[in-house]
Design a protein around this ligand. Sequence first.
Ligand code: GDP
Length: 298
Amino acid sequence: AKLKEGLTKTRQNFVGKVEEVFTGRKKIDEELYEELEEVLITSDVGVNTSFELVERLRKEVKQRKISDPNELTGVLQELIAELLGEETGIAFAKQGPSIILVVGVNGVGKTTTIGKLANWLKKDGKRVLLAAGDTFRAAAIDQLEVWGERSGAEVIKQREGADPAAVAYDAVQAAKSRNVDVVIVDTAGRLHNKVNLMEELRKVKRVMEREIPGAPHEVLLVLDATTGQNALQQAKLFQEVAGVTGIVLTKLDGTAKGGVVIGIQGETRIPVKWIGIGEGMEDLRPFVPEDFAAALFG
Ligand code: GDP
């Protein structure tokens, strides 16, 4: 219910406009397809994905010999669910601690997401350790500690300005000696310098790889849904520099820009694994494409 409630504005914005294109029309013509493409683009679905969806819709209409525009909403829902793919869980190590590296720009909800994720994993019976790898801001270290206390996860930190790779090293050593199941590593979110960001992430990754073969097992990118097209741009950038394996899309509650989920999936093919639908510790959900599409179309 919370997902559906959270998606209210997106539903009104996105599906509302889509239905406007379909209803009150007598036939399915070129104008309808053009209008639909425009609505999708303005709903943060992205140019390429909007084009792709309209092409797929054309094909379905032909194949199923659909002539009533009112039937198109259901077909579009199916196509979107299909495009969003299958539910993909977190990849864990077969043996020893699993390492989850969390990347993203400041303010997107990275720390909150780490706290929520720690809570989720703890409830699943796992021993969790957080690594305060955003050493650039003292506030980031403090905030991670707060979330550590809240969720009952241990926190490994160094002073502000310390080398993030050194924090990662400490965390991995602690994880090995304390029998930790999952290490979640926070990273800095400064985007002003792409080369620095890339170097820093590479160094952190290298340290972990050396200590634990196969690490990091996940590189989760946190994106803020309310930023729409910016989120899409960030996904493309981080895909290039950080080897992202999964996306967490935050702040889906209350935004009208939820259509960006479709755009991100269509343009990057990186699976959305979790969604944030509130500020509380319980407000993180695994992303289930079918449920999302159903909630979107209400
Ligand atoms: P960071 O700078 O990326 O670490 O961002 P924070 O974790 O500090 O979060 C920034 C703000 O976004 C805070 O006020 C959080 O409470 C809020 N926030 C994070 N996730 C969500 C979410 O899913 N929904 C809502 N409504 N707010 C969120």
